[in-house]
Design a protein. Structure first.
Length: 420
């Protein structure tokens, strides 16, 4: 009975953390890019090791995940702390580019905590996914349909966690096909399970067709969130930094050469909060932070004002509910810059506009790798946002869809308070 209760708790946690995630950009991009040739070498298959037979294991409780296991546990005791990753997460020769962390898209109202490895020219699940270092596959989620603000086709893929040391794990999302050893212990569609599958660095753990998500969780690293307690429903989020940090040369340079971002850190960041300024992520007061009030739209009361993940000179205002759905906008004039907006600034009026990335004078079409991309705002105003910092960590906010600056004079009774 106790094990069943713990399993139910784990499943609920998993749903909160990842079950509401969209299918990255895979469902949002219909463009088919051309393959980009690069000097990145495919890992030498002669160095790949076949680990021991997969060992299914009983489900762990929420409190056990990522911890040092005692002798009474069916899991081996983890070892070590900091390591370097020795293999790329995927076959770099078969992808077009890497979208860095920190992006904003649809229901991802707060900066995205993983990278996207993509090639939308590819239609078969034949791009290899590698174990980036020795470790243990500890968790597998067989993902299914996602109900968000936009209608999406059903999907059938996997999220897996590899524990490399007592403090460092890597996470893959949207692996289309698992290796036989891992598939043998994978759960049914819509289910989540804890397992114990040893893997070696460079071992092929699965394949994907056009997009896979990747990040690294390091319990000894902490993001400078102003209020870490707001992220209790996603405890990993506070411990995620640029995955490129965990690679040495020459592999680090090969990874950076695939990234659409040229600013440092090239792999992206979600570390944007500035105490006493507008920049960063906010939550509507009384909505329990990251987890929100309703599981099915946990992002509804999120708000973020952060730099563009590819062109950090451009900033984005991301709103959890704008005309009933999550939306992202540039700001006409790209000013005032949010890091300069404090409580002494008073009321700020932003006109909301669409934005696009440009490769020189040409709109970026996601067909090829490009460097030095710049974001440009459209002229047509989609609405207005009023913001005012009442205190260092308290923000008054209201959006006015379909209005222009001349049509909005001040807050109405519908204005909301946001906190960190």
């Amino acid at each position: 009975m106790r094990n069943s209760f713990r399993l139910i708790c784990l499943i609920v946690l998993a749903i909160f953390i990842i079950g509401c995630q969209p299918r990255g950009l895979k469902q949002e991009t219909s463009i088919v890019p051309e393959r980009v040739q690069e000097n990145a070498e495919k890992p030498n298959e002669s160095n790949l090791h076949e680990p021991e037979t997969s060992i299914p294991a009983a489900s762990r409780g929420q409190e056990d995940i990522g911890r040092n296991f005692d002798g009474g546990s069916p899991f081996p005791r983890c070892s070590g702390k900091f390591i370097k990753l020795s293999y790329p997460p995927v076959n770099l020769d078969k992808i077009t580019y890497i979208i860095p962390m920190g992006g904003l898209a649809g229901e991802h109202v707060a900066p995205i905590d993983h990278q996207y490895y993509q090639n939308f020219f590819n239609k078969e699940a034949n791009i290899e996914v590698y174990a980036p270092a020795d470790g243990i596959v500890t968790d597998i989620q067989h993902m299914g349909s996602f109900r968000g603000d936009q209608q999406r086709e059903p999907f059938d893929d996997y999220r897996i966690v590899i524990e490399h040391t007592c403090t460092i794990s890597t996470i893959f999302i949207h692996i289309d096909r698992l290796s036989d050893r891992i598939k043998a212990v994978a759960p049914k569609p819509g289910e989540y399970t804890s397992v114990n599958v040893p893997v070696k660095a460079g071992e092929v753990i699965g394949w994907f067709d056009s997009n896979v998500d990747f990040n690294a969780v390091d319990k000894e690293f902490s993001i400078r969130f102003i209020n870490p307690e707001s992220y209790e429903k996603d405890p990993n989020r506070a411990h995620i930094q640029d995955p490129f940090y965990y690679y040495d040369e020459p592999l680090k340079t090969k990874l950076m050469s695939k990234s659409l971002r040229t600013a440092k850190p090239e792999g992206g960041t979600i570390d944007y909060d500035i105490d006493g300024a507008l920049t960063g992520t906010w939550f509507k007061e009384g909505t329990k932070g990251w987890g929100g009030l309703k599981q099915e739209r946990y992002w509804a009361d999120h708000l973020a004002v952060v730099p563009n993940n590819i062109d950090p000179e451009h900033f984005i205002l991301s709103i959890g509910t704008f005309n009933g759905i999550a939306r992202q906008f540039g700001v006409k004039g790209n000013a005032p810059e949010p890091s300069t907006v404090g409580k002494e600034t008073g009321l700020v009026k932003y006109e909301l506009v669409e934005y696009k990335l440009y490769d020189g004078s040409k709109e970026f079409d996601y067909r090829n790798l490009a460097k030095g991309l710049k974001a440009k705002n459209d002229d047509f105003v989609q609405g207005v946002a009023l913001v005012q910092l009442l205190e260092d960590r308290k923000l008054k906010f209201e959006a006015f869809p379909g209005k222009t600056a001349d049509e909005v004079n001040g807050f109405s009774e519908r204005a909301q308070i946001y906190v960190r």
